[in-house]
Design a protein around this ligand. Structure first.
Ligand code: ATP
Ligand code: MN
Length: 155
């Protein structure tokens, strides 16, 4: 039998990864799986740089690293019975995603084909590609355009 109780959904809070988040929520609900949302912080933007220099765990709470919109969406879904958590880690996105996927014993990965950079001329972003090649579990890569059709009636 196929084990499908742990879904890992890495998100960079971009529009494309939001589509993957929708799929993860919907699928987790339907198959009664737990979904873990993973955001990997890089010292890329100023807010995160500041968070680094002050030591995220001490002075910067989750509020600063989880987007408000995402937090609200998840709270609603949890009220409706979704089993989910959010994990924030620092580091290199693809190594961190791969490592978390392995250590948690993930059954299915759901992520966007692109993220913040979103260059459509390339087949998929570098994080998506590295993760896809490195793991041996199924990966659901959600494309932004394809997903628009499927999720537009969701809200
Ligand atoms: P690139 O980063 O190569 O310039 P891109 O930003 O368009 O291109 P990716 O970064 O590969 O594309 O993003 C693909 C997917 O990988 C995202 O939709 C998201 O699911 C995941 N992802 C990317 N960055 C992160 C991150 N920092 N934390 C968690 N998940 C991420
Ligand atoms: Mn990216």
């Amino acid at each position: 039998m196929i084990q499908l109780s742990k879904i890992l959904c890495p998100t960079d809070y971009s529009r494309t990864s939001d589509k993957a988040v929708r799929y993860a929520i919907e699928l987790a609900r339907r198959v009664n799986a737990h979904v873990r949302f993973l955001h990997v912080m890089q010292p890329e933007n100023i807010a995160e740089k500041t968070a680094y220099s002050y030591g995220v765990s001490k002075k910067v709470g989750k509020a600063d690293v989880v987007s408000e919109e995402f937090r609200r969406l998840l709270m609603e879904e949890k009220k409706r019975g979704l089993s989910a958590d959010i994990l924030i880690l620092r580091g290199n996105p693809y190594n961190t995603i791969i490592e978390q996927s392995n250590t948690w014993g993930t059954d299915l990965l759901i992520m966007g084909s692109h993220g913040r950079t979103g260059l459509r001329r390339i087949l998929m972003g570098s994080v998506a590609e590295a993760v896809f090649h490195a793991v041996d579990i199924p990966v659901l890569l959600v494309k932004q355009d394809a997903a628009d059709k499927a999720v537009k009636d969701y809200i």
